[in-house]
Design a protein around this ligand. Structure first.
Ligand SMILES: Cc1ncc(COP(=O)(O)O)c(C=O)c1O
Length: 311
């Protein structure tokens, strides 16, 4: 597996007029299934699980979770049993129908992941000790990966996203969910660089987790591009993603990297990056999540996301 990605220049005439350069760090190309930040987050956790002599990984996620998809594949590849605690007990009522309609869960099960569907209320207990003990009584001993895969070892892995040559950039931009990926980037950014996170959720919860994991270098959050919340989309976003694919032959996902790039483009066009800025946006993968959004769009007879990604 590749451990370093390359930076693609993103050429647009209006960038030149405004005097900025944009590059995209292609973490999405690290691996077809353990792509982007998932590879970074899992790397040291799998090493730790092996050291602790654990044979099973247990983790949490929603029906289209990139983290569930990647953990299922990584577990199979590196010799761990995997258990996925999935939000939404209604999905477990007719499992065959669920798997026929959901490529993420079908893929995870094909890798051997044992899927366990729980109510939204039970799912909220995912970080409680008592709940984990209940799960241990049910499934036996396991190594737990939190929802979204973020923990100190995941942040350590994400510190490897930036390399020395990236210090030539003035701004590093990244989509933010739990804040683990951004924290790793903040920790490894050069003192001259500003790191800008683009949260994809509406809730304003991120400062505490990021402060917990970082040593407080130059960073900020731009909360203008979540489009109303997690997995919320609009026609402008889908049009942007399809235009970007047509122009640059690079697929963006609608949950994370599409919102990030649309935000970066708008910030550039508003003149919010000074002249001569060199900007690096991180493509954190997540392309498997397109299938879920496309099935929603198809049901509404709307344009779907066009991609060369094979689900
Ligand atoms: C493709 C993709 N990009 C970005 C993120 C955001 O990462 P984090 O949760 O570490 O903020 C995620 C979620 O893990 C993701 O799946």
């Amino acid at each position: 597996m590749l451990e370093t990605s390359y930076n693609s220049p993103i050429v647009e005439p209006f960038f030149r007029d405004l005097g900025v350069d944009l590059y995209l760090k292609r973490e999405d190309l690290l691996h077809p299934y353990i792509s982007g930040n998932k590879f970074r987050k899992l790397k040291y956790n799998l090493e730790e699980a092996r050291q602790q002599k654990k044979h099973t990984l247990l983790t949490f996620g929603g029906a289209y979770s990139n983290h569930i998809h990647a953990t299922a594949y990584a577990g199979k590849k590196y010799g761990f049993k995997t258990i996925g605690i999935i939000r939404g007990d209604e999905l477990g009522e007719d499992i065959e129908k669920t798997l026929a309609q959901n490529t993420t869960l079908a893929f995870a099960q094909k890798q051997g992941m044992q899927l366990h569907f729980v109510s939204r209320n039970d799912y909220k207990l995912k970080n409680s000790k008592d709940y984990l003990t209940r799960l241990e009584n049910k499934f036996g001993n396991f190594y737990v990966l939190p929802e979204g895969g973020t923990n100190p070892l995941a942040v350590k892995g994400c510190q490897e996203i930036l390399t020395q040559t990236d210090s030539e950039f003035d701004y590093i931009c990244c989509a933010v969910g739990t804040g683990g990926t951004l924290s790793g980037i903040i920790n490894s950014a050069s003192p001259n660089q500003e790191v800008i996170g683009f949260p994809v959720l509406k809730e304003n919860y991120l400062h505490e987790p990021i402060k917990k994991y970082t040593n407080h270098r130059k960073w900020k959050l731009n909360r203008e591009y979540h489009l109303g919340g997690y997995a919320k989309i609009n026609t402008e976003l889908i049009t942007f993603i399809n235009r970007f694919f047509k122009q640059h032959s690079i697929t963006l996902d609608p949950i994370y990297t599409g919102k990030l790039l649309m935000g970066v483009y708008k910030e550039i066009s508003k003149g919010n990056f000074p002249k001569n800025s060199r900007i690096l946006a991180v493509h954190t993968g997540g392309l498997q999540g397109i299938a879920g959004v496309n099935s929603r769009l198809q049901k509404k007879h709307q344009d779907i996301i066009k991609t060369s990604y094979e689900f």
